[in-house]
Design a protein around this ligand. Structure first.
Ligand code: MLT
Ligand code: ZN
Length: 470
């Protein structure tokens, strides 16, 4: 075990107490993950204000053989940004590096520092008539660096892809404090493979992202949101295909079961536009046409869908405020579910989109039969083949079941994911939570390459230990 004290003293001397804090009260908020599942320890929180300071920290950490846990908003769903319990690693927070370096309206690009919070960037871009087409519930805390390091998804992937699709280039500090800089707006650069892509979704294993050049789109002129009631996931999938065939502007298609909506009603005080439905769907369309055009189109499409028996009821938002209210419900689900039902045994999984209805049915039947008293529920990004599958104990008194049975349930769910040709991590990453399962089910070639890359690019094991790699 490496004692981090000499490194802390050296960094304090070099960068000052504003960058290096050992105050337990200030540190405390950053050592437990968002889910409250992993609490680690650290002797210091490092809060650099510039790339040069990150370089100094990484260089010194390498010299002292002290690991660093890069952290943005600490909103990882898989314990990807919290230190372990050994207390040897220091947290390297990027939150103070939150400047917009440049907005490039001609190319529709932005160069932004890693610590900027997604919601803040959205607001800045809107002023310039631009949009980063990525949104998720944690937008008020998730940082751009964290979103890139985890190749985050969210509710607009259907049309725009995951965060990685928006990364034009990046700046990162790699082992030894060297800088990797691909921030240039070059359209073509064929000097070998895109090594910077390793940091996108790399979960902080290969370096620390300090800035990003992101591809944007124009802020939409027109937007329509609809809340729809359907019978089951199969009907929802048919509805998705029906909508997509008639409208090229669909960018979100979220599926939510009744029990999860009920949680939001109970603890968030929200009123869903349709109260009684077995399954709810939230459809979003955005475009550059005249305001109101998409709402009209969506109304006509959903009218036809009702007639065709694909939907039971539908409400198209009448105003921007109503559309926002629909999405507030959607983005509150994770929090609402946790508050109402307690922490579930949760699985962020994907399967080919068309396989999702069958997968949901099979997994539910298998788990509920083998673990009587549990209930399997799933909500999320049906259009991406990505559902957040949650297994709950109906009797909250037996909250311990997650600890005792969790691993066995996880194996059953993941085996079924594998059978359906899916992924055990759709958009949340591997973090601490899925390392074991990644080792068990990851393709040998993928694991071999990742391990070799890690050994070559982080020989001293400085970057984010205990995450991603089995
Ligand atoms: C979501 O889609 O709401 C998030 O990915 C969070 C979750 O898995 O609950
Ligand atoms: Zn999600």
């Amino acid at each position: 075990m490496t004692d981090p004290s000499p490194l802390i003293a050296a960094l304090r001397e070099r960068l000052g107490p504003r960058v290096v804090t050992t105050d337990p009260e200030r540190i405390a908020g950053w050592t437990t993950d968002w889910r409250g599942r992993w609490t680690g320890r650290t002797a210091a929180l490092l809060e650099p204000r510039s790339t040069a300071e990150v370089q100094a920290i990484v260089r010194a950490a390498g010299d002292h053989r002290v690991p660093l846990v890069p952290q943005g908003g600490n909103s990882s769903m898989v314990g990807g940004a919290t230190p372990d319990a050994s207390g040897t690693a220091l947290i390297l927070s990027l939150r103070r590096m939150d400047a917009v370096r440049a907005i490039d309206p001609e190319r529709r690009q932005v160069v932004v520092e890693a610590g900027m919070v997604l919601e803040t960037l959205h607001a800045r871009l809107l002023e310039a008539g631009l949009r980063l087409p990525l949104d998720l519930g944690a937008r008020g805390s998730a940082t751009l660096g964290g979103l890139a390091s985890t190749n985050a998804g969210g509710t607009e992937v259907l049309r725009h892809g995951t965060m990685g699709a928006m990364v034009v280039g990046l700046e990162a500090v790699i082992a030894g404090g060297e800088l990797l800089d691909t921030l240039s707006p070059l359209k073509k650069d064929n000097r070998g493979p895109r090594v910077d892509r390793l940091l996108v979704g790399g979960e902080g294993q290969f370096g620390v992202i300090t800035a990003l050049r992101l591809q944007l789109v124009a802020a939409p002129r027109d937007r329509a949101s609809a809340w729809v009631a359907v019978d089951d996931p199969k009907a929802a999938l048919e509805l998705l295909r029906f909508c997509e065939a008639r409208c090229g502007a669909i960018e979100g298609f979220e599926l939510i079961p009744a029990d999860v909506v009920a949680a939001a009603v109970a603890v968030m005080g929200v009123t869903p536009p349709i109260e009684r439905a077995a399954w709810h769907v939230l459809v979003e369309a955005k475009g550059q046409g005249d305001p109101g055009t998409l709402a009209g189109a969506l109304e006509a499409i959903l009218g036809d869908a009702l007639e065709a028996g694909l939907a039971r009821d539908a409400v198209v938002a009448r105003s921007e405020a109503q559309a926002e209210a629909f999405w507030r419900i959607r983005h509150s689900l994770s929090e609402a579910e946790k508050k109402h039902y307690g922490m579930a045994n949760s699985h962020d999984v994907s399967v080919p989109v068309d396989a999702m209805p069958g997968f949901l049915k099979e997994v539910r039947e298998a788990v509920e039969a083998r673990w009587p008293g549990t209930s399997v529920s799933g909500y999320g990004h049906l259009g991406d083949g990505n559902i957040h599958l949650h297994v709950r104990a109906m009797d909250r008194a037996c909250a311990d079941w997650r600890e005792t049975e969790g691993a066995a349930i996880e194996r059953v769910v993941h085996d079924m994911v594998a059978t359906h040709g899916g992924s055990i991590s759709a958009e949340h990453g591997i973090g601490q939570m899925k390392r074991g399962e990644f080792a068990r089910l990851g393709e040998p070639g993928r694991l071999q390459m990742l391990r070799a890359l890690k050994a070559a690019l982080d020989p001293a094991g400085i970057f984010n230990p205990g995450k991603l790699l089995p």
